[in-house]
Design a protein around this ligand. Structure first.
Ligand SMILES: NC(=O)C1=CN([C@@H]2O[C@H](COP(=O)(O)OP(=O)(O)OC[C@H]3O[C@@H](n4cnc5c(N)ncnc54)[C@H](OP(=O)(O)O)[C@@H]3O)[C@@H](O)[C@H]2O)C=CC1
Ligand SMILES: O=C(CO)COP(=O)(O)O
Length: 337
């Protein structure tokens, strides 16, 4: 049994804290809001993020970050990408022992173009970090809390650390694989959100299943093209954290990225969409980062570019699709060059 702290009490942090508690680990979840920590402790619910779900009574919550950091020998970061630098910086103030770090975020920081593990390496002193493991894959919180079969990947350059996290989370409904390709795993998890927004737009325009299959397949081609250029293993993009997560995010009714895209496709404005969602839509900021990465590495990413123009330059979704269809003729297979 391990002492684990989950930092972030949104849908994913809460679902993972549930898995850990059910696996017998002494789990403490940190919320930055007092009322939410109180709700988890007293009513054993988190109605805003996981409505109608009863949490285990022995899952404890706190809004005191020092208590949270001091509790865990393993710290699981589960906040949105836009908050990771700030939260990791605050955590550093209270870290006075070596801990194993896990992060479950699916984003890339715009402008710095850093992956999450790179931000954590920059923010947390190496003297207090045993290793950083990424946990990623096709895994909507809403299904995990119902114990529906889910597969996911723990990735770390040090396989032993990935195996520790595999053992920590694995159970009869939550099957964990390992991978040592941190770059590929982080890029696949972040970039699939961009394509899911595009798939949502396509569905919002009622373009049907052929168009969505095209977006998923050609989306994966451009994710892999950039990912390999940045040092990822091509096979990772065909795995759970690449194709697997891309499929679930483009097709699931639970996906916030797909839902947001769907509203955009139906004509709503981005500000309105984000206000309506009330939960993190990582793909929006990641589209900016992906667009910048495509320029930096000189890699063609036509779907990402079209989405960037829709989100940030006011292009009409219909026109963006039209332009994608009228690009110059191409070969299908480009061998990731
Ligand atoms: N949901 C899912 O199924 C999955 C999500 N992920 C990834 O996990 C990460 C977290 O997403 P998810 O849990 O879904 O997000 P949610 O939108 O469900 O929850 C986000 C949580 O973070 C809190 N938060 C926001 N800003 C801060 C801050 N500055 N400091 C501390 N806490 C903050 C929010 O609090 P408040 O209520 O006050 O806004 C809320 O509790 C994302 O990168 C996502 O892509 C990965 C796999 C599955
Ligand atoms: O990453 C996820 C599922 O694997 C969650 O996707 P959304 O953020 O689009 O809901």
């Amino acid at each position: 049994m391990k002492k684990v702290t989950v930092l972030g009490a949104g849908s994913w942090g809460t679902a993972l804290a549930m898995v850990l508690t059910e696996n017998g680990h002494e789990t403490l979840i940190w919320s930055h809001r007092d009322d939410q920590a109180k709700e988890i402790n007293e009513r054993h619910t988190n109605e805003k993020y996981l409505p109608n779900i009863q949490l285990p009574e022995n899952l404890a919550a706190t809004s005191d970050l020092q208590t949270a950091v001091e509790h865990g020998e393993i710290l699981v970061f589960a906040v949105p990408t836009k908050a990771i630098r700030e939260v990791a910086g605050q955590v550093m103030n209270y870290l006075n022992k070596k801990v194993l770090i896990v992060h479950v975020l699916k984003g890339i920081e715009p402008d710095t173009l850093k992956r999450i593990s790179e931000i954590l390496q920059e923010t947390l002193d190496s003297s207090v970090v045993e290793d950083i493991v990424v946990l990623s894959g096709p895994s909507h919180a809403e299904e995990v809390v119902l114990h529906h079969p889910t597969t996911i990947t723990a990735a770390c350059t040090n396989l032993r650390s990935a195996e520790k996290i595999q053992d920590l989370f694995m159970n009869h409904y939550f099957r964990v694989y390992t991978n040592t390709d941190v770059i590929g795993v982080e890029l696949g998890g972040a970039l699939k959100n961009v394509i899911a927004l595009a798939a949502g737009i396509s569905d919002g325009l009622n373009y049907g299943d052929n168009a969505k299959a095209a977006l998923i397949t050609r989306g994966l081609a451009e994710i892999a093209r950039l990912g390999v250029r940045m040092g990822g293993n091509p096979f990772t993009f065909a795995g759970l954290t690449g194709m697997g997560d891309l499929i679930v995010t483009c097709t699931s009714v639970h996906s916030r990225n797909w839902k947001a895209g769907n509203m955009l496709g139906k004509g709503m404005k981005l500000d309105e969409v984000l206000e309506t969602m009330g939960m993190v839509v990582e793909g929006v900021r990641t589209t900016k980062a992906a667009y910048q990465l495509a320029e930096k590495y000189d890699v063609p990413m036509p779907i990402t570019t079209a989405l960037y123009q829709v989100l940030f330059e006011g292009k009409e979704p219909k026109q963006a699709v039209d332009e994608l269809m009228h690009r110059l003729k191409k070969r299908e297979i480009d061998y990731l060059q």
